[in-house]
Structure formats: structure tokens, C-alpha cells
Design a protein around this ligand. Sequence first.
Ligand SMILES: C[S@@+](CC[C@H](N)C(=O)[O-])C[C@H]1O[C@@H](n2cnc3c(N)ncnc32)[C@H](O)[C@@H]1O
Length: 279
Amino acid sequence: MGILRSTKQAKKELEALYAETSKHGQYQTLPDRLADLLGMQFDVNEEWRGDRPRYPFIRDFVTNNGCKSLLDVGANTGFFALSLAGDVPGLDVTACELNKTHARIISLLAEVGGYHISVTDRPADLANAASFGSFDCALHLNILHHAGHDFDSANVPDRGAFKDYAVSYLDRFRGTARRMVFQMGYNWRGDKTLPLVDREDQAGKVRFTQDLFKASGWTVGSVGFARKGDGSSPVGYDVFQTTDLPAADGDLNAWLKSRYGTAVWSEFYQRPLWFCTSV
Ligand SMILES: C[S@@+](CC[C@H](N)C(=O)[O-])C[C@H]1O[C@@H](n2cnc3c(N)ncnc32)[C@H](O)[C@@H]1O
């Protein structure tokens, strides 16, 4: 009775919060269990961001490495934090999300699911990149290219400043987590007119990110690339050891383009998923 009433109240508040708009207001999928409990789901276009296709690789990285604690930086509305809290027994999950509406949504959803998730709306930025505590693993997915807009505007005044900034940030972030699943966009601030790497230069995106890791002390174990199915849509990811990738940029570009296929794909699916360690 008590649980039912609080779920009903939570749903009402969630509906109001989800109705708010913001730059990142295209919200994540609800994990199935929460969707069932709440009797709600969104019309999620998995061809755009792919919460579900990314998830099994993230979960396996966490479980295969025996991680006991996890920080999700830029947790949005909590799809990964909540899914992991539900699926990985004993995992201590912290969600970091600077947007207060999103942060409240995560707290409410955790309450509905009966998950203990710590939620902070303190932004992860250069000053505090190493001050969130010490975690076995961090998710750092699609955040860093927003530096200079969503956060750290003084530290990244223009696109030219991004690379040095990103190296300093990632270097400091090693103080927070020993392992990291990382993904980034290649348009500064998410603005297509301000590319960090040209849209078609898939090998360039790989090299750009590898340079960041090398300069900041992260080691890449493996990397996931989206895979197309029989139709034009992406169906999931394949994970490779970096040593198995074509060595020459021309070969890598051709190989990636054959995987990615068509311009129908959203930019999200052209962002590799990096599995890294700092030890
Ligand atoms: C593009 S979405 C990515 C969401 C999710 N990580 C994913 O890959 O699906 C960015 C989210 O991170 C939040 N965000 C951006 N910069 C942040 C920061 N420095 N610290 C905490 N949250 C941040 C935004 O409010 C937004 O909800």
C-alpha cells in the first residue's frame, strides 16, 4: 500500500519533470523494470542514441572486472546508473548529473526501483575531477566535448583550447576511477559547425581519442564500434582489442566506413566506446 502510493506520487512528479525542456532534454530510456512499475515508457528512438545497444557492453565491463563501485558522470536521467544498480548485486552506484531536474528524476526513479543510488548535481569539471571519491569504474559517456559550454567555460574559451584541456581533465580524472568506459562527441559543445574532427574522418576520431588517452595516462584495453545489420540500422556493437585495428589511417577509415555504412546513422553511433584502465 505504502509502496503503491509512493510510486503513484513519484509518477506524477516524474511526468512533470520529464515535461521540462533543456539542451539535454531528450531523455534516456526507462529500464524495463521501472517502466513496468510505473506503467510508462517513452517513444525512444534507439537509432539515435542507443541506450540499450550500449548497455550490455558497459555491464559486462563492470562485472568482468569485479567492480564494486561506479560513478556515472553526466548520468542524464539515469538509464545506465539505474540499470546497473538493478543488475549488478552489491554495486555501489553514484550518479553525477549537473542538471537539477535530471538529478531529481534519477533520485525518484531509484526510489521507485528500491535502489540505493547516491545522486549529486555537482558538475564534474576540471577543478573537482578528482574529488568525487575513489571508484572502481566510471562511465564518462558523451560529456567531455560539452566542456566550454555545459561546464568549464572559462577553461575552454575556444575550440583550439579543447585538446589540452581534455588531457588535463582526463589526467585528473584518474584520481577518481581506475577504470572507465568513455565516449565522446567530435563536435565541440555539440555544435556541428565546430568540429574537433571532421564528420567523415572516422579514423581521425579514433586517433584523436587515442592521443587524449596516451597523453593523460589512460590505457585502452578495447574499443567498441557500432555494427550495421541487414538493413541500414545499427544493431549493436562489436568490441575489438586496439591492437587488432587496421594500423594505417586509410585502412582504418575504409574499415570503419564499411561498418558504419550510411549517413542514416546518427552521430552517436559514430562515436566509439572506449574501455580503459589507469593502472
Ligand atoms: C549528452 S548527455 C549524455 C548522457 C549519457 N551519459 C549518455 O551517454 O547517454 C549529457 C548529460 O550530462 C550532463 N552533464 C554535462 N556535463 C556534465 C558535467 N560536467 N557533470 C555532470 N553532468 C554533466 C547533462 O546535463 C546531460 O544530462
